[in-house]
Design a protein around this ligand. Sequence first.
Ligand SMILES: NC(=O)C1=CN([C@@H]2O[C@H](COP(=O)(O)OP(=O)(O)OC[C@H]3O[C@@H](n4cnc5c(N)ncnc54)[C@H](OP(=O)(O)O)[C@@H]3O)[C@@H](O)[C@H]2O)C=CC1
Ligand SMILES: O=C1O[C@H](COP(=O)(O)O)[C@@H](O)[C@H](O)[C@H]1O
Length: 512
Amino acid sequence: MNNTSNQLLVIFGASGDLTARKLIPALYNLYEGGHFPENFAVLGASRSDLTDEEFRKRVVYESPYLKDEVKKKDKDFIKKFADMMFYSDLGSDYDSEYSKLNKRIEALNKEHKLDENYTFYLSTPPSLYEPIAKNLSDQGLTKGSGAEKGFRRIVVEKPFGYSLETAKELNIGLQKYFKEKQIYRIDHYLGKETVQNLMVTRFSNSIFEPLWNRNYIHHVQITNAETVGVEKRGGYYDKSGALRDMFQSHLLQIVSLIVMEPPISADADEIHNEKVKALKSIRMMTEKKDLFENTMKGQYVASSINGKRVKGYREEEGVDPESKTETYGAVKFFVDNWRWKDVPFYVRTAKRMPTKVTEVVIHFKTPHHQVFKEQDVNNKDNKLVIRIQPDEGILIKFGVKVPGQGFKVERANMDFYYSSLSDKNIMDAYERLLLDAMQGDTTLYARADEVEAAWAFVDPILEYWANDKDVPTYGYPAGTWGPKNSDDLIEDSNGWRNPGELLTDETGFCII
Ligand SMILES: NC(=O)C1=CN([C@@H]2O[C@H](COP(=O)(O)OP(=O)(O)OC[C@H]3O[C@@H](n4cnc5c(N)ncnc54)[C@H](OP(=O)(O)O)[C@@H]3O)[C@@H](O)[C@H]2O)C=CC1
Ligand SMILES: O=C1O[C@H](COP(=O)(O)O)[C@@H](O)[C@H](O)[C@H]1O
């Protein structure tokens, strides 16, 4: 059933990279999947001077991101999609042309019977979020007549703030013009099927939740590794770094889903309430000693991968040649509540690692009495590996008897891969999130207090890394698993689980 109301999607920053690379292809997939309402239109807006036709050319007909679709699909289908795109330029200062924009919105609303439902998507530099919201409000565009007909929603891209203070300012700034229920803060990791599955794995089974606590869990590791460097975003990244770019948002969102208590229902507010409680229970580190012992930053240096020289971070375009910005960030922390007391969490994120992978590994405690002595001491704990990407799935490692005399124990794997659900097409994160915003579902968007709770934990680390001259920035050769001493952060265990090159078994997929 299609329960998306007729509406207009207004994209600010429509001439930019995100619009062409992610938003329009996501819309295309939604259209192809039959998720558009009966009446729908997209109005692109930015400073560039473009006609409707030029905009259509840019984001559909000549878009490098829709090349295959345009070639493959029948022409009428593509034309129908492209004809839903319109464009209005906003002049040079994003300030003067709002009455023109308003008139275009009214005209499109009438012509296409859009029921005065408007979703505003802000894909611009964050400094424009509040001014755009104000301009929309000045035009009377922020208040609709209801939730179904005449709704007004605003979607804002990351980064949401640069620190706790700036995130608070941004929240206050947006809330002047929109109610919290109208604000959708994108975190594209929440649009990933496997991230959503964290809650389902925990709360729809009775076999995991009884063990999901300090009595059975030894520690938790979360790894987010990318093979790419900073690409063309050196200028942005050098001011941001791994902790702001990935940890504050995506990774702490994952942490909140691992740590949270069961919500009373799947209602968006109930889930957000539990996530906020989870984030607030992470123990803040403010003392230099704690920050020194529990955090580690690194930066990739030039190396050779498969015989090809790969640049070091400081050689990247837009990066200060003496930059101390981290491309590797790892943090150990504890969660101060009944369930998680004394269980260490280790979270790391980095660019230029050997493989692209995001996974959560729950390391269970070894049984308190060891009956079978012939166990590999380095590999005797049970692990639950939740693979967020790629090869989305879940794997449990458990002990089995090696055939033959005696009781030799080895680890066996029990696994599930999303790819085995051949009839289910996994939606891309942007596709899913756009559809949710179009349908008014905020569950997979970050609430104001969630974002602030995450910044509250990250701020002291960032401040310490930026201002304390004793903080080392460890180099690691591009294409390796981070600084040589990265395992030092992890006590009492075998160090980080480094998923090596992905092995391929006969089904084509394998977590190792
Ligand atoms: N690209 C990506 O992969 C991702 C982007 N984001 C976020 O999405 C937003 C857009 O990113 P992206 O599309 O990459 O950025 P681009 O620089 O490619 O596009 C920015 C857009 O904003 C418009 N704009 C208006 N005023 C300004 C200004 N003063 N300076 C620069 N641009 C302006 C630009 O168009 P014009 O010049 O015509 O006005 C352009 O359409 C950012 O907040 C970014 O952090 C988040 C995750 C990933
Ligand atoms: O938000 C961001 O995410 C990407 C990684 O996203 P993924 O879906 O490919 O895992 C990261 O490369 C980028 O630096 C960051 O801004």
